[in-house]
Design a protein around this ligand. Structure first.
Ligand SMILES: Nc1ncnc2c1ncn2[C@@H]1O[C@H](COP(=O)(O)OP(=O)(O)OP(=O)(O)O)[C@@H](O)[C@H]1O
Ligand SMILES: [Mg+2]
Length: 158
């Protein structure tokens, strides 16, 4: 029987090493055309996660917050990574005008403040970053998705 509905899992991490470990666990499951929408508080670790993910995918490019440039591209031995920061975008239409469709098809796309462009993205995996209670560097990272694409991935990360 086909399962429907949102699947999610929450990882409590103690520090940035834990955030990076989650990125490394997710990396081998990613394919061109996948989209990750990252959200959560300021300085919760979204860019830190992207940095670890790019490294795990074999990129040697330096990952910086694309707040002012809106989008960065990182090369890897496999698919490119499109790193978007939607913080300064007013709405989804502004995202559309960036003309990133080609990248959305062929790159692994990671969007910080992703809820701002949600309607533009097919079958996203959402990652929500929250501050944890157990000290300054503790975080709770919740991965969730409705699309069947992510069901086996969430299962594998459990
Ligand atoms: N568990 C953790 N995971 C990620 N970053 C952590 C963690 N603990 C501490 N940090 C620190 O918190 C900061 C996170 O900054 P980062 O730029 O990644 O946040 P962000 O969510 O992208 O912020 P913004 O909303 O401004 O884009 C970094 O200085 C990082 O070293
Ligand atoms: Mg950031």
């Amino acid at each position: 029987m086909e399962q429907t509905g949102t699947r999610s899992l929450t990882r409590a991490v103690a520090d940035e090493t834990g955030t990076a470990a989650l990125a490394r666990a997710l990396a081998p499951h990613l394919a061109p055309g996948d989209a990750l929408l990252l959200d959560g508080a300021l300085a919760a670790g979204k860019t830190a996660f992207v940095r670890a993910l790019a490294a795990a995918l074999g990129s040697r490019d330096s990952v910086t917050s694309p707040t002012y440039t809106i989008a960065n591209i990182y090369e890897t031995p496999g698919p490119e990574i499109l790193h978007v920061d939607a913080y300064r975008l007013k709405d989804a239409r502004e995202f559309y005008h960036l003309g990133l469709e080609d990248y959305l098809d062929r790159a692994i796309c990671v969007i910080e403040w992703g809820t701002r462009v949600e309607g533009m993205i097919d079958a996203p995996l959402r990652l929500h970053f929250a501050f944890g209670a157990e000290g300054e560097s503790a975080r709770e990272i919740t991965l969730s998705a409705e699309a069947p694409r992510w069901a086996p991935v969430l299962e594998a990360l459990r």
